[in-house]
Design a protein around this ligand. Sequence first.
Ligand code: MN
Length: 423
Amino acid sequence: MIKVLHVSDIHLGSGLSQGRINPETGLNTRLEDFLNSLGRCIDHALSEPVDLVLFGGDAFPDATPAPYIQQAFATEFRRLVEAQIPTILLVGNHDQHSQGRGGASLSLYRTLGVPGVIVGDTIATHRITTANGEVQVITLPWLTNSSLLTRPETEGLSLEEVNQLLLKKLQPILEAEIRRLDPNIPTILLGHLMADRADLGAERFLAVGKGFTIPMSFLTRPEFDYVALGHVHRHQNLNPNGNPPVVYPGSIERVDFSEEKEQKGYVLINLAKGQADWEFCPLPVRPFLTINVDVSDQDNPQQAILSAIEQQKVSDAVVRLKYKLRSQQLESIDTRSLQKALQFAHSYTIYPELVSQLARPRVPEFGDKVSLDPMEALKTYLSNRNDLQDLSEEMLEAAEKLLAGETGETTNSVESKEQLNLL
Ligand SMILES: [Mn+2]
């Protein structure tokens, strides 16, 4: 058996605004959180010890991390080099630099010739000799148009057509790699991609319009014993009833509030030809907490907000407090005492929101004769779309702003909202 540790979406340097400077280290506390999580993964890799570590891509928020963040990443992976554990660093969309080839933030490790470290920035098969036998890994980094297509090929095509063309090009390339595989050696596909069955996590916000999806049929090949993915931040196995397992370990820390309720961790695999026993290893990450309270019908809105805070475990969490109120209630809110109630949070943000006049139903007597208010129409639509629930608040906010710009009707409420934020 070959033991493999599969970790992905480290995003070191993300979410710094949700931390503060640790006076003892001079580092942002959220960077320390991410580093602690990464450190635990490496600890586990060393204590087993595993035979191979696969990183599924997205090391940093972008391809040009600050030197101290780049160094913190290198310090953790150096421990694997010292223990002589082979490691593949796959290039994700956040690692790619738009200028020139090979400009990814991770290419540095190949340039330096770090022993045992492979940088996966091309589609290639790597045959690796581990302490417990050989394993072959096909690397499939995040693909962009320019990785497989030339400019004249894509000219005049729609995004959808370009994606189709990209898939058409990818298929024979992948097929060629598969045909060259040694059928007697355990095989892993390591890809940074959006599979067409993935339940989207935060990446839908980060990559809207840029990406294309890869059909499951490309991944669930009998030649693969395990498919190690990166990109989607929510842990999941896309092939729960079959083989091979097609697994996103997810991110190692909560990158933003869209990951508030997700468990974070990495995956440990016992691999043999035709067999992959894997388990998800949860990481004890910092809690995120949204407190949503509508006090617009409360006689004592301040007290209502405070008791909503008291009912939650605020301590050490990254908290956002959202409260809805009427403009007449503004004077009764004492922001300083709300801040005091949140003082034991790791960090907090407070979002007051005025109940929009537009959101109120029109005079009911008019019934069907009045054309439907667009905000009501959108709300009704969203309430029927469970899959959009996480997005609905932002969509409604965006719609309100659009309407305000178009008709001027909601200008007042938007302006007062901005004034509120200045409080
Ligand atoms: Mn990604």
